[in-house]
Every structure is written in structure tokens, then in C-alpha cells.
Design a protein around this ligand. Structure first.
Ligand SMILES: Cc1ncc(COP(=O)(O)O)c(C=O)c1O
Length: 378
């Protein structure tokens, strides 16, 4: 979290009648629209995490007997599909192939098979944080169009927004859902949903009971109604500061920085992989996330022990495997308020921890990362 965000969140919250609150909310709404590259969608904020954002989408779009297609990306598509089912909806899944992004052909085939057009929406996780794999949204849009299917295109940008390019209107995305704690660089606790007119119309016709999440109820100029109660003032102040930082750096430069740092991580892992004990989990280079990299280890290597050594001895926090990838991968996050020196420090700490653990790795990962950074800055 940048100091500017932390400091903004530490400010005294205003009273709800203070006109500065109106300008704060307006700045967050217009900043989010600029970041999402949408002029068409309405933005709704919730005092919630990413699961709350998912729930907002489901509560508004998934009525009784609704069918949703959730293309398999692994852990996070599984979780979202389960949430749909918990609401009584039917979640159809396309198969997930480990190490590979969503197959647009499988999405097209599932939509073509749905001759009665029962599928109301396609729920896509842009970057699955568990696998570090990013799917091709333009190809998925083409797949929906090729099937001539009216399903809404709903995209989870929790792990990608502010790191990977995302142009909501150009991609024909009807709903985007995200949360504060990743590329937005704000403390966890603020979720958002952007919904276009088609999605709003589907929600309007959906008879399912809802209150807190209801887009129609929140479409108001009155801040108390807009937030279904007291707005999360500190989170909004943090978001305003973060959006200001992103705008000041320039969105293209923010994306380029993420791509550059991700390439450095991939270069380091590519070097370490020479000894055969670990490898990049995402097989296709173009599908490797610029936000997070999952590194698969050979059987017999304990990534949790590696994490402990990295944290306790080298002050580097790396993540473990989620769901079916538990015990099989460790992950390096490289998004948000991050620069070259920080990522080189992280890679050095991981390489040192691997040596302590006696994990076979070709030395020189940090040199490979430096070479990648030098080449990309040229
Ligand atoms: C892609 C993606 N979607 C949804 C979520 C759920 O967000 P939260 O943990 O804030 O509920 C996460 C969390 O990491 C995520 O990475």
C-alpha cells in the first residue's frame, strides 16, 4: 500500500452532510470508470471483499432457475460457481486444463449447445490468482459473438485491474467486479461492480429477493442510499488517493511496469528451473499473469517450508498454493505499489531460501531478472 493511500485512510472521516463527501464519491466513481475504460456502466461500491462483489453480481443477475456458464480457471472459478449454486442457480463449467487459460472454443461450444438460450451470463475470472494464469478476454468476446448467444459477459478483474490492460466498453463486457486490495492498492474491504444498461435491465427483471446488493436501490444521488447505509469513508479516501497515483503515473506506464516486473520474475524462475526441481505453472507464455506467478515444485519439495524460511530468515513474504494446488506451488505476487528494487530483493530472498532448503535450482535467477530489466528498459 503506498504511503499516500495509508495516509488518506488515516484522515478523520467527515460527517455525512459534508459536501466534501459528495466530491469524494464523485472522484471515486469517475476514477473507477476511467480505470475500467467505460463510459456506459454505472459503478457500485460495497463495504465488502471480493466474495461480496461476486455476491452482488449473483444477487442481481441470478434469479430462480438461472443458468450461468463459468469457464474453468481453477480455484477462483470453482469458488464463484459454488456461490452461484448456493443461491440456487445452475453453474455449467467448461473443463479446466492445468497451466492453460480458458479455451474460447469450449465456451463457444457450450453456448452453441444452449439452443434455448437458458444461459443468462458467462462468468469469467480474468486472472486466476491461484494459478497465475490470465485469459484472453477479446477471444472470449469473439466466442460469445460467434455463437450468436445473448448471454451477458461478466468479468472478475479482482487480480488484474490496475495491472493488465482492461477496456470494459471495447471488450463488450457487461459487468466487471473487483476489490480494493490488489492492483488498486487499497486495504481489503471495498468491492465494486460496474454494470451496463443491459445488465441493469436483466437485474430489473430478476424477481430474486435482495436488499443490500440491489443495484436499482443503490442507483441514487443520495450518498446514504447509494451505499445502502453509511459509506465506507476511509476506504473511499484510500481509493481516491490510489486512483490519483495511477492517473499521475499514467495507466499505460502502470501496465508497462507490471509487464516489466513480471518478465523479470519469469526470467528468474526460468533460470532456477534449469535444475529440474521447479517450473512456471502457466505453460503458455502469453497467458502468464503480470500480477502473480505460480511456481510448481517437484514432488518431495515442501513449498510451505520454503515460505517459512523466506519469511523468517529473509523477510520475504511469498504465497502458497490454493485449493488443489496446495503443497504443489508457491507464488510470487508482483502487483500494486512495486518497483524494480523491491522485486529484485524478493527474488534474492527466494533464491536464498531455496539454497537453505537444499532445493536444486540453477543459481543466477537474480542475474537473469536483472538482464530482463536492463533489456526491457532499453
Ligand atoms: C481473482 C479473484 N477473485 C475473487 C477473489 C475473492 O476475493 P476476496 O478474498 O477479497 O473475497 C480473489 C481473492 O484473492 C481473487 O484473486
Amino acid at each position: 500500500m503506498p504511503d499516500e493511500v495509508v495516509n488518506a485512510m488515516a484522515r478523520q472521516p467527515t460527517d455525512l452532510a459534508d459536501t466534501r463527501l459528495q466530491s469524494l464519491i464523485a472522484a471515486c466513481e469517475s476514477g473507477m470508470k476511467a480505470l475500467l475504460m467505460t463510459e456506459r456502466a454505472d459503478v457500485f461500491f460495497y463495504a465488502a471483499n471480493g466474495h461480496g462483489g461476486w455476491e452482488a453480481v449473483i444477487a442481481n443477475l441470478v434469479g430462480p432457475d438461472a443458468v450461468v456458464l463459468v469457464p474453468g480457471t481453477g480455484h477462483f472459478s470453482d469458488n464463484w460457481a459454488e456461490q452461484v449454486e448456493a443461491f440456487g442457480g445452475q453453474a455449467l463449467r467448461t473443463p479446466y486444463r492445468e497451466g492453460f487459460p480458458i479455451d474460447p472454443a469450449a465456451v463457444e461450444a457450450a453456448l452453441r449447445d444452449d439452443i434455448a438460450h437458458r444461459i443468462g451470463a458467462v462468468f469469467v475470472v480474468h486472472t486466476d490468482t491461484a494459478s497465475g494464469t490470465t485469459c484472453d478476454l477479446a477471444a472470449l468476446r469473439r466466442a460469445i459473438d460467434a455463437a450468436a448467444h445473448p448471454a451477458l459477459f461478466v468479468v472478475d478483474v479482482v487480480a488484474s485491474l490496475g495491472a493488465s490492460p482492461f477496456a470494459m466498453d471495447e471488450l463488450g463486457v457487461n459487468v466487471a467486479i473487483g476489490a480494493s486490495q490488489k492492483g488498486l492498492m487499497v486495504h481489503p474491504g471495498l468491492a465494486f461492480v460496474a454494470a451496463d444498461a443491459r445488465a441493469m435491465e436483466v437485474a430489473r427483471r430478476n424477481p430474486a429477493h435482495r436488499f443490500y446488493w440491489d443495484w436499482e436501490r443503490r442507483k441514487s444521488d443520495h450518498s446514504y442510499r447509494k451505499f445502502c447505509g453509511t459509506p465506507p469513508l476511509s476506504h473511499l479516501a484510500g481509493l481516491e488517493a490510489a486512483l490519483g497515483l495511477i492517473a499521475a503515473e499514467g495507466l499505460d506506464r502502470v501496465h508497462a511496469r507490471h509487464a516489466r516486473l513480471a518478465s523479470a520474475v519469469h526470467a528468474a524462475v526460468g533460470c532456477w528451473a534449469g535444475a529440474g526441481a521447479l517450473r512456471l505453472f502457466t505453460r503458455e507464455a502469453r497467458a502468464r499473469s503480470v500480477s502473480v506467478t505460480a511456481i510448481e515444485v517437484s514432488p518431495g519439495i515442501d513449498p510451505e517450508a520454503l515460505r517459512s524460511v523466506a519469511r523468517e530468515r529473509f523477510q520475504v513474504a511469498i504465497a502458497g498454493g490454493l485449493g488443489p494446488l496446495g503443497g504443489r506451488v508457491f507464488r510470487i505476487g508482483h502487483l500494486g505499489d512495486l518497483n524494480e528494487a523491491m522485486i529484485l530483493g524478493c527474488l534474492a530472498g527466494v533464491e536464498a531460501a531455496m539454497q537453505v532448503q537444499g532445493i536444486a535450482c540453477t543459481h543466477g535467477g537474480v542475474d537473469a531478472a536483472i538482464a530482463s530489466l536492463v533489456a526491457s528498459a532499453a
